[in-house]
Write a protein that binds this ligand. Structure first.
Ligand code: SF4
Length: 332
């Protein structure tokens, strides 16, 4: 299959129906043994130092892996992607634009999927067949998520990793499903986390320092039982059609749609507090004002930039936050 780079979660069913193998460029970037090198490729090409690290990393992956076709989301993701797209065109990559509707609207979503399918030489009907074919992968990742918050048997990092990878199923949904089924069976045999551990939610774009972050929280007896955007990437509300599935997907739409989902999941998963991650130079950081006023739970905002590990400063802030929640819990 011919590879197609994706810059965020997109309707991969349409790409697969058109004979492409979707490759999530973010995941390739962040799992690279040397992500700094990929960022350097972008900076040497002229990306300003104050450009978001994810954008620079995506560019670095395209160039170093010789990706020649990229699907870029022009509405519903990131304004920086628009200019990234122009630079990729300059470098002679084939760029296919895709726009989510401005608001969640099933009819408009259907039309957007139809347009994408036609531009790639396939149909929505063929994409629905793929949707049915990859259902075992989606069911396996939902099961892992449920074991995370209901049974407390899955680490926050495992939850993050497998949910974030559902954007392209690690480029092979059959292998992904097999590996995940094995992990789910193994998790069922584990002891649950103790009841006195804190239960946290993580909201915001995926962090650049993921493994350090989740492990550090667990070293301090705090378990992340909700990874908001990663959970959305797994398409938790599939409905009856692709148009419904991508209409219920909250990430491309207003922050208030995300807020409703976060509040619902916070109640369901009995969260003690929330960590909001913002990426340096990202417009989404402004949304922190809204989350702070609306969530009604203790919240810590952390900003990451280009350090792929937790700095001592961030560790101290996490410890103080966990301490504060524990003291609050003890007073109740
Ligand atoms: S973190 Fe923000 S600025 Fe960076 S790619 Fe994502 S949405 Fe865009």
């Amino acid at each position: 299959m011919k590879q197609i780079g994706i810059t965020t979660t997109v309707p991969i069913e349409v790409l697969l129906a058109a004979g492409y193998q979707p490759v999530d460029l973010n995941n390739i970037f962040i799992t690279d043994p040397n992500p700094d090198k990929l960022v350097n490729i972008a900076e040497r090409a002229g990306f300003p130092l104050n450009t978001c690290t994810w954008i620079k990393g995506i560019y670095g992956v395209c160039i170093s892996r010789k990706i020649d076709t990229v699907l870029c989301v022009t509405t519903g993701d990131c304004s920086n992607t628009i200019m990234l797209m122009e630079v990729l065109k300059l470098k002679k990559l084939k760029v296919i634009p895709f726009a989510y509707p401005e608001k969640p609207d099933k009819e408009k979503m259907h039309q957007a999927l139809k347009n994408l399918a036609e531009s790639l030489g396939t149909t929505i009907e063929a994409a629905e067949v793929i949707n049915a074919r990859i259902k075992p992968a989606r069911k396996a990742v939902w099961k892992l998520d449920e074991l995370t918050w209901r049974n407390n048997q899955v680490t926050g990092y495992e939850n993050h990793l497998w949910l974030v990878s559902s954007s392209d199923f690690n480029r092979d949904d059959v292998t992904y499903t097999g590996q995940l089924d094995k992990l789910v069976a193994e998790c069922r045999q584990r002891l649950s986390y103790p009841d006195n551990w804190l239960r946290l939610g993580y909201i915001g774009v995926p962090p650049v320092f993921a493994s350090d972050f989740f492990n550090y929280l667990e070293d301090n007896e705090a378990h992340v039982v909700f990874n908001e955007i990663q959970h959305q990437f797994s398409m938790p509300s599939p409905g009856e059609s692709l148009a419904e599935q991508y209409t219920s997907y909250t990430y491309p739409y207003s922050i208030y749609d995300r807020l409703k989902d976060i509040k619902k999941e916070a109640r369901k998963r009995h969260l003690d507090g929330i960590i909001h991650y913002v990426q340096a130079f990202c417009h989404r950081g402004i949304g922190d004002i809204i989350f702070r006023e609306s969530l009604g739970l203790p919240m810590l905002t952390l900003e990451g930039n280009q350090e792929f590990y937790l700095t001592q400063h961030i560790k101290t802030r996490i410890e103080a936050f966990l301490d504060m929640i524990r003291r609050k819990r003890a007073r109740l």
